[in-house]
Design a protein around this ligand. Structure first.
Ligand SMILES: Nc1nc2c(ncn2[C@@H]2O[C@H](COP(=O)(O)OP(=O)(O)OP(=O)(O)O)[C@@H](O)[C@H]2O)c(=O)[nH]1
Ligand SMILES: [Mg+2]
Length: 427
């Protein structure tokens, strides 16, 4: 009994704020040195396991999750503010896929799993960083880098946390229908429900999965009335809501019959935590039956309900929520049997790659070079100088030379191009 909850989301981490070009303006020192501050970092988007959640219900309402952009640098060497990361709380077992690359970005399968799904951009550097003995009034700063953007599919294999158990026609499907989005078939004949139906129940800030199960009858543990088939489903439920029809002749006997069946089934379902719902309290003999039940089982906590009109169910849901907090989660899957999942890790960043396009044309690609390129203001000579210095620090010219690039060849990085000047020739 498992189905997959899926949500599509657009994620956008915050951009880094830009570094600022500014100078101190003091009364007797009009050019008092560079003082443009750094931009702040943009917020990242982080997915984190929260055991209070067992569905993706909350995410359904947010088509897009965005972290704030870092603030731009300010005068007087003041940093722009960095922004907080956005923490998206998800249930244990959530898998995040990048729709565009088809890559599994995160497999949040341990209680403390936490993954950065979109990295926030880094703030740019203000001009005060670029002061040097050669240039004490640098007119340039760097731009912040963009925050990562992704379209993701968030997936969760749902397992029922709570199972509705009871004789046929006691109102299990009715209960599920009033507390969840599920619309199971409801009718006044036994075995209306033949296959488990799952619904997602939202209680306060948490949610859980409730399974409406087929009715059990006496002898179910011996296989009567598809008993094994039905009992098997209860095995994966952490909590049982035992529904009684208080309009029946003898709900005490009904209660005992079901508990006997649970006990007799291998796997000790009798020890599973249980909440008892006394349903159909609108029936004539219900009050009297409830009194007798309480007399016989004074220690059993009973919730009186009329599921038909959604009365008395809130306390049941809150109790279930509290109990689920204490009952350990089942392992979602046996790691040995689970499909081998590729957990995405950031690849070691390659500095650059060189492509020979022929006829003395070369193209350079690489994250770092591209970022450097995007961070450069090509209208500004200082900035261009800095760009070419950074390229030579990365030993790009050496690498070009090794590949066979010759004096006067043209080298492209994105839209920018420059003539290759083999400095070694000059010496
Ligand atoms: N009077 C009264 N009738 C109810 C109440 N809750 C459910 N019923 C009726 O009881 C009948 C059985 O309800 P279901 O929800 O289908 O019962 P079930 O336990 O799912 O039954 P199976 O699927 O056959 O096991 C339906 O006719 C419901 O309308 C209630 O609180 N009061
Ligand atoms: Mg039913």
């Amino acid at each position: 009994m498992q189905f997959i909850d899926k949500v599509n989301l657009k994620l956008k981490a915050g951009n880094g704020g830009n570094g600022l070009v500014a100078f101190k303006h003091e009364k007797y020192n009009p050019l008092g040195g560079p003082s443009g501050g750094d931009g702040g970092n943009g917020g990242s988007i982080i997915f984190k396991v929260d055991t209070n959640k067992s569905t993706l219900l909350d995410l359904r309402f947010s088509k897009m999750i965005k972290a704030q952009d870092g603030e731009n640098g300010k005068p007087n060497n003041m940093y722009g503010a960095s922004r907080d990361d956005v923490i998206v709380k998800v249930p244990l077992g959530t898998i995040v896929k990048d729709i565009d690359t088809d890559e599994i970005v995160a497999d949040l399968n341990t209680l403390d799993s936490e993954e950065v799904i979109c990295q926030g951009g880094k703030g740019g550097k203000g001009n005060f960083h670029f002061k040097s003995s050669r240039n004490n009034a640098p007119e340039y700063a760097t731009l912040g880098t963009p925050g990562q953007e992704r379209n993701v599919l968030v997936e969760l294999k749902l397992l029922a946390d709570v199972g509705l158990v009871g004789l046929p026609s006691v109102g299990k499907s009715t209960l599920l229908s009033v507390v969840s989005n599920a619309r199971p078939e409801i009718a006044d004949y036994p075995f209306t429900t033949l296959k488990p139906q799952l619904g997602m129940v939202k209680v306060g800030d948490s949610s859980f999965v409730m399974a409406d199960l087929p009715g059990l009858i006496e002898g179910a543990s011996q296989g009567k009335g598809l008993g094994h088939e039905f009992l098997k489903h209860i095995e994966r439920c952490r909590l049982i809501i035992h529904v009684l029809d208080m309009g029946h002749e003898d709900p005490i006997r009904d209660y005992e019959v079901i508990n006997e069946e649970l006990k007799a089934y291998p796997g000790n379902l009798g020890d599973r935590p249980q909440i008892v719902v006394a349903n159909k309290m609108d029936m004539d003999n219900a009050e009297e039956n409830l009194r007798k039940f309480k007399e016989k089982y004074p220690d059993v906590e009973v919730f009186e309900c009329i599921t038909l009109i959604n009365e008395g169910l809130d306390p049941v849901l809150y109790r279930a929520k509290d109990l689920l907090k204490e009952i350990p989660q089942f392992p979602l899957y046996d790691p040995d049997k689970a499909d081998k999942k590729v957990v995405y890790t950031y690849e070691e960043e390659k500095l650059f790659e060189i492509f020979n396009e022929g006829n003395g044309i070369w193209r350079v690609e690489g994250d770092k070079v591209t970022r450097l390129f995007r961070n450069t203001d090509f209208k500004n000579d200082d900035s261009i100088m800095r760009f070419s210095r950074a390229l030579s620090r990365m030993k790009l010219d050496e690498a070009l030379r090794e590949k066979g690039c010759q004096n006067g060849d043209r080298v492209f990085i994105e839209d920018y191009s420059f003539d290759f000047v083999d400095e070694e020739d000059e010496y």
